[in-house]
Ligand binder design. Sequence first.
Ligand code: ADP
Ligand code: MG
Length: 201
Amino acid sequence: MAHPKTEQTLVIVKPDGIQRALIGEIIGRYERLGLKLVALKMLVPTEAMIEGHYLLDPNWKKNVGTKAIESYTKKGEKPPSSDPIEVANLVVERLKRYMTSGPVIAMVWEGAHAVELVRKITGGTEPRSASIGTIRGDFVVDSYQMADSDNRAIRNLIHASGSVAEATMEIPHWFASGEITNYRVPHEATLYDSDIKSILG
Ligand code: ADP
Ligand code: MG
């Protein structure tokens, strides 16, 4: 089995993240944890790339719809539809507009538990309810209600793979294998070597 330190996850700084000048802040959050940036590029995605990205996981539609409906129900409010798939179809159309509106930065981050830890630092989908200390909780104010009433996607600065399975499908959707670099950084020894006896001279 591959060492856990080789786990990779896809992160995309969405168009609003670039407009808000948060590229450095976002990269810094993952970097300071000890994760390693192994691929990065700026591009303006096409609608086909965005639709393809969100439909890679056959369960995504049901999950995204259910999550939105639950958020409304928890606040005692009525969701725009009670059918998760109907909600998801709306979201896909909104995401195509949002994600093609300007440049994005796609990245691959590598390290132990990269998928889970990047999600933890990034925070929940809805900035309104995302925890304090997370990027979405600290830097942006959007909600399901505002997005629905303006018929647009929730602006939450970042995409991050939701599971190892999702990351495995998403990374090749955005990067050719030759665009991902295999290299070492010195702090990996402190994070991962089985002993650190060799520090003293
Ligand atoms: P996450 O990005 O946290 O993994 P999802 O995969 O569930 O979230 O949804 C993908 C993206 O679609 C979200 O980041 C957000 O920009 C947008 N989105 C999700 N649900 C809605 C919704 N109900 N209305 C508008 N936009 C949404
Ligand atoms: Mg997701």
